[in-house]
Ligand binder design. Structure first.
Ligand code: CP
Length: 302
């Protein structure tokens, strides 16, 4: 494996290799005992053409915990602002011979374009609505730690399935590992085609929530909508926002997850987001570090 561009390219054994390594880094971090020199001497270039809090910060922390140096290239202070194009920017940066590139871009498949031109591993930190593979890996790690398994879990994803790269990567990963996956969305936010035929579609919380072990909420990806598809945030919340009341009524035993950014009282209410017994949201954030350490170790380590 040279790059990590999407879950679509991974088989079950490759996914498990990342998850097993992530679990070992999770345990090592809690004991303070891991190889802090694993990536000493490596320089990792972060090319984030879209904003990020969790992914960018946790990749940087993961790299530094392994001894690597990181350069956070910034499009807003780069020569893109003087008219240099994307390909010339990539060719310029690759000529400096980084040891790996972690990137996020709004264009479909942009990391594949970079992987084809660069001489180093490329890791996709999110491209368009296509894929966000490390998010799916850290979500799977979180579920596996909580339930001890992925196979057979009933996972329900609510929200803007059509525009979400998190949904895309999670639907593929969870299906490949044998979870029973459902999606709940208004018709305008439901893709025409899902990656696996056995993924069930619902258009209401009352129909889709019962039997769930995990309920994952997603943000409305307004930056990827070509027009307003939702009447208002309030109307969306009223019909599809997850509340403690709905969880108690339809999925009383389920835990709640959200990859963030958390847009409170649109996709999820404060009461369930902050429920200490049922919300795994901050555990997901924490698991970004061991998961990304695992990815860097496997792809960039000698
Ligand atoms: N989940 C996620 O990708 O969050 P950021 O946009 O903050 O990186």
């Amino acid at each position: 494996m040279k790059h990590l561009l999407g879950i679509d390219e991974l088989d079950k054994a490759q996914i498990m290799a990342f998850l097993d390594k992530a679990q070992s880094y999770s345990e090592a971090l809690s004991k303070g005992d891991w190889d802090k020199e694993r990536l000493r001497g490596k320089i990792i270039l972060h090319l984030f053409f879209e904003h990020s809090t969790r992914t960018l910060t946790s990749f940087e922390m993961a790299a530094k915990r392994l001894g690597a140096d990181v350069i956070n290239w910034n499009p807003e202070t780069s020569s893109l602002t003087k008219g240099e194009n994307f390909i010339d920017t990539i060719d310029t940066l690759k000529s400096m011979i980084p040891d790996a590139i972690v990137m996020r871009h709004a264009d479909y498949g942009a990391p594949k374009t970079v992987a084809a031109r660069s001489g180093c591993p490329v890791i996709n930190g999110g491209d368009s609505w296509r894929e966000h593979p490390t998010q799916a890996l850290l979500d799977a790690l979180t579920m596996k730690q909580h339930f001890g398994k992925i196979e057979g879990l009933n996972v329900t994803i609510i929200g803007d399935i059509a525009h979400s790269r998190v949904a895309s990567s999670n639907l593929q990963l969870l299906s490949k590992l044998g979870a029973n996956v459902r999606v709940i969305a208004p018709a305008v936010l439901m893709p025409q085609k899902l990656p696996f035929e056995n993924i069930e579609k619902f258009e209401s919380l009352a129909d889709g929530l019962p039997g769930s072990d995990v309920v994952m909420t997603l943000r409305l990806q307004k930056e990827r909508m070509d027009r307003a598809l939702i009447e208002s945030d309030a109307a969306y919340f009223n019909e599809f926002g997850l509340t403690l009341e709905m969880m108690d009524k339809f999925a009383p035993k389920a835990v709640v997850m959200d990859p963030g950014p958390l847009v409170r009282n649109v996709q999820i209410a404060d009461d369930i987001a902050e429920d200490p017994t049922r919300s795994l949201i901050l555990k997901q954030v924490a698991n970004g570090i061991p998961t990304r350490m695992a990815v860097l170790d496997i792809l960039v380590g000698d």
